[in-house]
Design a protein around this ligand. Sequence first.
Ligand SMILES: Nc1ncnc2c1ncn2[C@@H]1O[C@H](COP(=O)(O)OP(=O)(O)OP(=O)(O)O)[C@@H](O)[C@H]1O
Length: 249
Amino acid sequence: MDMLELKNVYQSYHKHKPILHGITLTIKQGQFVSVIGPSGAGKTTLLRLFNHMACPVSGEVWVGGLRFDTLNGQKRRQVQHRVGMVFQDFCLVEESTCLQNVLNGCLADMPIWRVLSGHFPARVQEQARAALQQVGLAEQEHALAASLSGGQKQRVAIARALLQKAEVLLADEPVASLDPMTAQQILVLLRKLQRQEGLTVVMNSHNVEQAKKFSDRIIGLREGKIYYDAAPEQWTEQDFVQLYGRGIS
Ligand SMILES: Nc1ncnc2c1ncn2[C@@H]1O[C@H](COP(=O)(O)OP(=O)(O)OP(=O)(O)O)[C@@H](O)[C@H]1O
């Protein structure tokens, strides 16, 4: 099944500065796709199209078989709900516990009085604990996010997306601020969730070696256009060099 699709998408934040130029691509359900390319190529913008944080100037954005860019209100929120996102800087509420941060993943489903009072049904709290267990943080549910290491924070952010029951995880440089060992552990976790849960993962990365190791497919973006799109083993050293316009170390 096609989970994500862009049809001839153009995007720009300012009239005279186009960012994405006629992008067409399809991502199958359960694929792990890395998007790589030089700074400013449009990688984050491309990811944001899939949760409506960026809107196309023209073209179509499809999520789970639904035309997404033209949806509004409740219908748009329903689709957004299927798409989780994790960021380089984790985006947690630092003064809240791990469990509370995970529970934030289902705020959109809760009546306003529960959001304001912070009282979540026991069933949802159990699901949040199960999500923490899935990411290996069962013991930390009462710890404040501020007291966690970077790797642990990213695990909490992933658990939050799991509680949201996201079918797609957009990961914007998810391990860029982590040490190599912790980065590897987080990528192993993402790969495991992709395989076990059928999660579709789209990850922006500046690390070619990680993209090669963990992805089913690598999309190379350069100046807002797809430069090359293939399985990691099809990419040659020359392709990477040309994508970045220089040698990679
Ligand atoms: N909210 C915004 N408003 C205006 N311009 C923006 C906005 N977000 C991004 N841009 C511009 O769009 C271009 C592409 O940015 P984007 O973040 O998508 O690239 P990127 O490939 O992810 O870069 P990097 O690897 O450095 O994170 C850049 O020139 C950037 O300055």
